[in-house]
Design a protein around this ligand. Structure first.
Ligand SMILES: Nc1nc2c(ncn2[C@@H]2O[C@H](COP(=O)(O)OP(=O)(O)OP(=O)(O)O)[C@@H](O)[C@H]2O)c(=O)[nH]1
Length: 304
């Protein structure tokens, strides 16, 4: 059975809440709150697909709630429909300018509310699908560089706020040009897919993922992971690729496919920009290549 979409209704008028709930409860999972503050608190713990937001409420009004939703990277894409007795064109225009998807005037017709909610949810479904497709690498079907960059940016901001460690791993298949030259580009593609899937299978924590960073390069962002743990994980990734034992007779360092790995860690997230982690991991990777390949070099970033 398809999961019902979750809708949060924030309105200080109990009668409006009741009527809206009755209008939508057959088709959706409904959550009710009576203030802007409660709406913001609620969405911190529960991911919803749509918010129906009253504008005039005591405390934080609907406009301010929407501004805060748009500023937060985890809530900025949730569609918001304003519902209000303020029906001047200026009020409506202000709502749209702030990023609302639709505006329903009170008193409202249940049929129109149902139709508008359905439209917004359809648009969201399509947007979510596009977003997912834009984040997946076409060949290996694992997250791509865009996804990794966004995730790194988010995790770096989170670690910086919390003062927690953050590690980044960059991996590169050794002598891959020679592999292509020896076995052909199609075999090279197959090799990339097998390596990608072995790396993904080595991830145990739900928060860890492997991305194809480009060409024959892969990367991982590891929130809350210090250097010791990052090294352990890097070793597991290296072993996972070695265990595939993909023959590589043109390699200059082994008889099978191997990877070199660079690890960068900031223990208390002192780095002032996320790209520094990638640059340090890249330096580690360069050193790993230089010192014979099939190696891991880890670097800790001091405060900057
Ligand atoms: N088959 C295939 N090859 C790719 C793909 N993307 C990048 N490559 C190849 O990966 C190779 C990378 O070569 P180099 O950057 O010279 O590195 P390398 O041969 O792995 O040598 P080292 O990194 O120094 O060990 C190039 O020949 C690219 O054509 C791809 O999607 N499919």
């Amino acid at each position: 059975m398809l999961k019902k979409a979750k809708i949060l209704i924030a309105d200080d008028d109990p009668l409006n809440r009741l009527v809206l709930e009755k209008t939508l409860a057959n088709d959706y999972e409904i959550f009710l709150v009576d203030s802007g503050e409660k709406a913001l608190t609620f969405i911190k713990s529960t991911a919803v697909d749509l918010i129906i937001l009253d504008i005039v409420m005591p405390g934080i009004n609907g406009y301010e709630v929407l501004i805060q939703l748009k500023e937060n990277s985890t809530t900025h894409t949730i569609p918001v429909i304003f519902i209000s007795a303020n029906t001047s064109h200026d009020d409506e225009a202000k709502g749209f300018e702030l990023g609302a998807m639709d505006y329903i005037a009170k008193p409202f017709s249940p049929i129109i509310v149902r139709a508008r909610v359905r439209n917004q949810l359809l648009i969201k479904q399509k947007n979510d699908l596009l977003e997912m497709l834009a984040s997946i690498d076409g060949l290996t079907e694992i997250p791509n560089r865009r996804y990794l960059d966004e995730s790194l940016s988010r995790e770096w901001r989170r670690s910086r706020r919390a003062g927690t460690p953050l590690s980044v791993i960059l991996m590169d298949i050794d002598h891959f040009k020679r592999y292509n030259d020896c076995y052909g580009h199609r075999a090279g593609d197959d090799c990339l897919k097998r390596v990608a899937h072995a790396l993904v299978a080595a991830c145990e924590r739900g928060t860890d993922f492997i991305a194809r960073y480009g060409g024959e390069e892969f990367a991982a962002v590891l929130p809350d992971i210090n250097q010791h743990e990052a090294l352990k994980f890097a070793n597991k990734l290296r072993n996972a690729v070695n265990a595939l034992a993909i023959p590589h007779k043109a390699s200059l360092n082994a008889a099978h496919i191997t990877i070199s790995i660079g690890v960068a860690t900031t223990e208390f997230c002192q780095v002032h920009a996320e790209h520094i982690l990638l640059e340090e991991a890249d330096l580690g990777l360069y050193e790993a290549k230089d010192s014979g390949r099939d190696k891991i070099i880890a670097r800790v970033i001091a405060a900057s």
